[in-house]
Design a binder for this molecule. Structure first.
Ligand SMILES: Cc1cc2nc3c(=O)[nH]c(=O)nc-3n(C[C@H](O)[C@H](O)[C@H](O)COP(=O)(O)O)c2cc1C
Length: 180
């Protein structure tokens, strides 16, 4: 069985916490490899056919430093055929005008890369004025968690989302070992 690569960026640790929860609570031991974008290389990401990628939004609708620094390296990765589930953290009250923008910006960077994106997530239950992650059809381009205002909803949102994306991620990861 191939593995799922979970790459994340974080400033204050919330996204790391969610990444660890995904690995420990929602998948069997040894299925998910976790890596901070601070240490990631294009070669590492290229190894996985199944990816989960998570980022908070910082500044005023900006990328966290580690992900911003990694953007030029995206060109060195062949995403075609990969299955990717995205998640983003943000604060819909303090940053209602740029809620989880980095999630949307990152999706835009790679949406035409030939990867298959899964895990689009309903915008129901969030209040914000503007979000680059909002695709305009009632969905965000990935799971959205708000640890600042709705932390009590996060575990359930995460569990629902994982149940949705898990079969496709495992299938994509399994295809790795079939080829190898
Ligand atoms: C300085 C600062 C700027 C932020 N800017 C935004 C923003 O523009 N949009 C947003 O949705 N959330 C914003 N947030 C909220 C964070 O995305 C949120 O707290 C998230 O959980 C942080 O994740 P992390 O601990 O992994 O860095 C900001 C938080 C801080 C501290």
């Amino acid at each position: 069985m191939g593995k799922i690569g979970l790459f994340f960026a974080t400033d204050t640790g919330n996204t790391r916490k969610i990444a660890k929860l995904i690995k420990k609570k929602h998948f069997d031991d040894g299925v998910v490899d976790i890596c901070n974008f601070e240490k990631a290389t294009p070669e590492m990401i290229s190894e996985y056919s199944a990816l989960i990628i998570g980022t908070p939004t910082l500044g005023d609708g900006e990328y966290p430093e580690a992900l911003e620094g990694f953007l030029p390296s995206l060109a060195d990765i062949d995403f075609s055929g990969k299955t990717i589930a995205l998640f983003g953290l943000g604060d819909q009250q303090e940053y209602a005008h740029e809620f989880v923008d980095a999630l949307g910006m990152f999706y835009e960077e790679i949406e035409d890369s030939g990867a298959e994106f899964i895990g689009f997530w309903s915008t129901d239950g969030y209040e914000y004025t503007s979000s680059k992650a909002d695709m305009g059809d009632g969905k965000f381009c990935g799971l959205v968690l708000d640890q600042d205002n709705q932390s009590s909803l996060s575990e359930e949102r995460l569990a629902t989302w994982i149940a949705e994306v898990k079969p496709a991620l495992l299938a994509a990861a399994g295809a790795d070992s079939a080829v190898a």
